[in-house]
Write a protein that binds this ligand. Structure first.
Ligand code: T1G
Length: 690
């Protein structure tokens, strides 16, 4: 096995090289060897200076996340920074790829930094519920200023090389970073200079701006604790001795590392990657994507594909619809260009990837076609029939349907193995979740191709089996019922929304419904009316609102009155809610936020257990990924299945049993949930098997 860390003599420069694939993460073993290499460099008579470099695809991408569950021990990243701080010879970091977290902290403890043009730096720790725990909150402000450091550390964002140079994080951008770093190291040795960031005075701070930024962080964090803790540490740079501040930063890091939120966010880090893992099959190349249907979804999908540099041909029925689709897409790109998010060159490149047609014959040489027309199985089957006479036999045919049976589409084409579902979430060029729906005959290579495409278009994929609503919409339709029951029992829409926003959701279900349009759900309920279990408790409030022609924001009224882009309580809806209670013979009583939160969670988990037992989802963490990336479930809780484990499955099962006693049909406890409780296991034990 290649050496994890080696010291190479290149003339009078010692090049310390880390080789720890895949991302040169700082494991304990790497850290130990890194300290030894820094000391060996110091003692090597023929070496005047050093370079810290990495083999492989990136400079150090941070501490090894897999070690955070183990008790701390061994050489820490702080020890590495201390060794660099005390090096008698200048050491220059040669950065490229993603120099993140502990990797950036180590680089900041070097005497200078060179980065490759496509390299990025950043402190993403808050995204896994942590904070930079090896001096990042104290060194970064000394080069960028406290306000810039506060934003970078509490947002966790990646900072491109040019910005890193402009803010003083790096000293040089160079194509051959190792070479440039050696030149810079030799120059420091010649000048007998050992510049250390810890010795720099903090640049002047606009206290009012800093305090205002501090105040905004907690609100933006929506229940996540790490950003505020990280901010508190950055604030120490203003008035606390460096070494004292390092002690306090390290203590704060340890508290977060062992806390529930970081455990949940580290679970999500692993869950996202498990869901995206390809199977053994080799993916096919995808260069040219066809899209049938240029409405909101089709246009959004076209943008997502063009953003990834794919050729896109969008087909609509007739010139008017085609031009409307083109205008819809151009509007998005023009807005991005106007806001500065898209350069003129990138704007032009994206539009150059897009072509529009009114005949599916234009899709002849596509590698994949995604149908995104109305949610009507007959219309979709027609499209698939026509496509299979036009495209190659190995062109993958996908439907963006959110609940229809993909097998019925595979039935009407030759070579049904190439058919699957690609369920995007609106707006498709923004929302990260992509449900890849595996049909009964979908070939492994087709599934592998979809997973590879998801990574390319920066989507978070989850493979789902076929059922009504796949994973996300099926669970959404179930826990929404618990919210409707709460309305009949005594709550009002804004109270239910407030309870779930307090739980950490971005928006409550009634506010989301008004935003997305209530007519979509209404059409679906009417579609399912004939098959609905007559014994199921059915709440008619949403139907009553829709029967008034109130579909939410787009009509100015839904669950709320929408005035000047504000949501206000609608007394007529309150009257409808009270009427529903009366017609069910219920005496309304106050419903607590905890009651609503617990019922919603139990409903999600119980349906999730049924989905697992039916093989619709491969593992519980896939369900967490769907709810977090597609439905606003707070990531710092780790998704419903992880939250249930933390809650205790026995307690969840008791709530499900009381829901079944109260509301009957549809609320039977899932056998898998009962089995896990009986055998004292949790959903995490199933993730390890998945
Ligand atoms: N530790 C261990 N493994 C890691 C890792 C890490 N930090 N980062 C990535 N991997 C694995 C990942 O699990 C996957 O493995 C493979 O690398 C490719 O990752 C001390 C406390 C670097 C931008 O938070 O953001 O430093 O599944 O699929 O899309 O104060 O990975 O193939 O077996 O994501 O090209 C701070 C987290 C840690 C960076 C690459 N650092 N990683 O993205 O590939 S805390 C982070 C990422 C810290 C200090 C603090 C991304 C990436 P496998 P990938 P990618």
């Amino acid at each position: 096995m290649a050496e994890l860390v080696r010291l190479e003599h290149v003339g009078d420069i010692g090049v310390i090289i880390i080789d720890h694939p895949p991302v040169n993460a700082l494991s304990v073993a790497v850290r130990e060897r890194l300290v030894a290499a820094v000391r060996a460099l110091a003692q090597a008579p023929g070496l005047r200076a050093g370079v810290l470099a990495c083999d492989g695809r990136t400079f150090i991408a941070g501490a090894d996340i897999r070690e955070f569950d183990a008790p701390p021990g061994g050489t820490t990243t702080h020890d590495v920074c201390e060794a660099l701080d005390h090096s008698p010879k200048p050491i220059v970091a040669a950065m490229f790829g993603t120099a993140l977290g502990g990797g950036l902290e180590v680089a900041l403890a070097c005497h200078a930094r060179v980065i490759a043009p496509e390299g990025v730096v950043g402190f993403p720790e808050v995204r896994i519920g942590l904070l930079p725990g090896a001096g990042g909150t104290q060194r970064l402000p000394r080069v960028t200023g406290a306000l810039v450091a506060l934003e970078m550390i509490t947002s966790g964002r990646h900072v491109p090389a040019a910005e890193a140079l402009a803010t003083g994080i790096v000293d040089e951008v160079a194509t051959d970073v190792r070479d440039a770093a050696m030149i810079r190291a030799r120059a420091l040795a010649d000048a007998a200079r050992l510049p250390r960031i810890r010795d720099l005075p903090l640049p002047p701070v606009n206290r009012a701006a800093f305090d205002a930024a501090l105040g905004a962080i907690t609100h933006k964090a929506r229940g996540a604790v790490a950003p505020a803790e990280a901010a508190r540490c950055v604030a120490m740079a203003l008035d606390t001795d460096f070494d004292e501040a390092l002690q306090q930063e390290h203590a704060a890091f340890q508290v977060l590392r062992t806390g529930a939120q970081s455990k949940a966010l580290r679970h999500m880090f692993a869950a996202d990657r498990a869901a995206a893992k390809g199977r053994d099959a080799q993916p096919w190349p995808v260069r040219h994507v066809g899209i049938v249907g240029g409405g909101t979804m089709g246009s959004g999908i076209a943008i997502a594909m063009a953003d990834a540099g794919l050729e896109v041909t969008l087909v609509e029925v007739g010139d008017a619809a085609m031009q409307a689709a083109e205008a819809r897409i151009r509007t998005v790109y023009d807005r991005q260009a106007k806001s500065g998010r898209l350069s003129a060159a990138a704007h032009a490149a994206r539009l150059a990837h897009l072509s529009f047609a009114t005949d599916v014959a234009a899709l002849r040489d596509t590698d994949l076609v995604i149908e995104a027309i109305i949610e009507n199985i007959d219309a979709k089957q027609d499209v698939f029939r026509r496509l299979s006479t036009v495209v190659r036999r190995d062109t993958i045919l996908a439907s963006n349907t959110s609940y229809l049976n993909i097998d019925l589409l595979a039935d009407v084409v030759d070579n049904p193995e190439r058919v699957l579902g690609l369920h995007f979430f609106s707006p498709a060029h923004v929302m990260r979740l992509l449900e890849i729906v595996r049909a009964g005959r979908t070939a492994p290579q087709v599934l592998a191709t979809a997973l590879a495409l998801a990574k390319r278009i920066r989507k978070q994929p989850v493979v789902a089996g076929i059922c009504d609503g796949f994973i996300g919409n099926r669970i959404f339709s179930v826990w929404r019922k618990q919210c409707d029951y709460a309305l009949e029992d005594g709550a009002l829409p804004h109270e239910v929304d407030a309870a779930l926003e307090q739980f950490g959701m971005a928006m409550g279900p009634y506010a989301v419904g008004d935003l997305a349009g209530l007519d979509i759900g209404w059409a679906q309920r009417k579609r399912l009316a004939a098959t609905r279990d007559a014994l199921e408790r059915y709440v008619p409030i949403a139907d009553w609102i829709c029967e008034e022609g109130h579909f939410g924001q787009k009509t100015g009224r839904g669950y709320y009155l929408h005035q000047d882009s504000k949501r206000v309580v609608d007394p007529e809806v309150t009257a409808l809610v009270e009427r529903a209670s009366a017609e069910r013979g219920l005496r309304r009583k106050p419903i607590s936020a905890v009651h609503i939160q617990t019922r919603v969670l139990a409903a999600m988990v119980n349906e999730g257990a049924k989905i697992l037992a039916e093989g619709i989802a491969a593992r519980p963490s896939d369900i967490d990924v769907v709810l977090v990336h597609g439905y606003g479930f707070p990531s710092w809780r780790g998704g419903p299945m992880h939250t249930a484990d933390a809650h205790g499955l026995g307690a969840i099962l008791n709530v499900v049993r009381s829901m079944f006693a109260e509301s009957g049909a549809g609320w039977q406890p899932a056998p898998l949930l009962e089995e896990l409780v009986a055998s004292n296991r949790d959903f995490a034990s199933l993730n390890r098997l998945g």
